[in-house]
Design a protein. Structure first.
Length: 271
């Protein structure tokens, strides 16, 4: 039997790297903004005894191709569809952190849920982050642009300055350095374009169309995406949503609250 390729070609010719670990119920993990599939190492190591853990690098990230375009949610959702189709995944659980959760929503509203049994949204950047007349709780667009201007000047400095808040005070220096290193492996133009999608895309109308059971988890100490901006508003718009609040959890809750998260994932998947 030939060994399966670790690359999947999308409909527009982009090669995406994917990997898997373990066996059992298929779970596709979708990574955060500016990270890559390696961010899920601790989930693979802990959950692989009961789940077939699968992840891929978004275009422009990790070991996938880096084309000069296609960082909008429609294209990224199509990429996910290509991965799911190429691997013929069915009865699938989708788990997305931050930006990855938005990709999952767009995949479902664009490609349907015939292959998906349930979804998990971890610290999502939903439903809409930018302030507008009908979204007064959002953040002014000029503030997002100020951050992107800082990145164009010194992205490594910004990453180092903001890494501690992504974790908890108990997190080791080595773990934080590992997370920062993964972030800095993403090309700056890709990070900027993906951030434009994150901050500028309104998912409010789409969330009511999600038909599959949904588990949404958000931490009370999330500095990147404050819980009041995303957690309750998103949960209120999804019809079949279970909302869990992790007390004291930051944006990187898959590391700082891994044991709690893994127990909740096993219970939700039923393994």
């Amino acid at each position: 039997m030939s060994k399966p390729s670790s690359q999947i070609e999308t409909r527009d010719g982009v090669s995406l790297y994917w990997r898997e670990w373990g066996q059992g119920a298929p779970v596709l993990f979708v990574h955060s903004w500016a990270l890559q599939s390696r961010m899920w190492d601790y989930q693979f190591a802990s959950l692989g005894d009961r789940m077939r853990c699968i992840a891929f690098d978004r275009r422009g990230h990790g070991r996938s191709d880096c084309p000069p375009g296609g960082y909008d949610y429609d294209t990224l959702a199509d990429d996910m569809a290509d991965v799911i189709g190429a691997l013929d995944l069915r009865e699938l659980t989708l788990v997305g952190h931050s930006m990855g959760g938005s990709e999952i929503i767009r995949y479902l509203t664009r490609h349907g849920s015939s292959r998906v049994k349930r979804i998990v949204l971890l610290a999502p950047v939903l439903p809409y982050l930018t302030k507008s007349a009908d979204n007064p709780a959002g953040v002014p667009e000029e503030k997002f642009e100020m951050v992107r201007a800082l990145w164009r000047t010194d992205f490594p400095r910004w990453v180092v300055d903001n890494t501690p808040a992504f974790f908890s005070p108990e997190t080791s220096e080595q773990m934080m350095e590992w997370g920062a290193k993964l972030l800095l492996e993403t090309p700056l133009p890709v990070a900027i374009e993906c951030n434009r999608a994150v901050t500028g895309t309104d998912f409010r109308a789409e969330l009511s169309r999600i038909e599959v059971p949904t588990l949404l988890i958000h931490g009370t100490k999330d500095v990147s995406i404050p819980i009041d901006l995303a957690g309750p508003p998103t949960a209120a718009l999804i019809p079949h949503c279970t909302f869990k609040v992790y007390e004291g959890a930051p944006h990187g809750l898959m590391y700082t609250h891994a044991e709690q998260l893994h127990a909740d994932l096993r219970a939700f998947v039923g393994v």
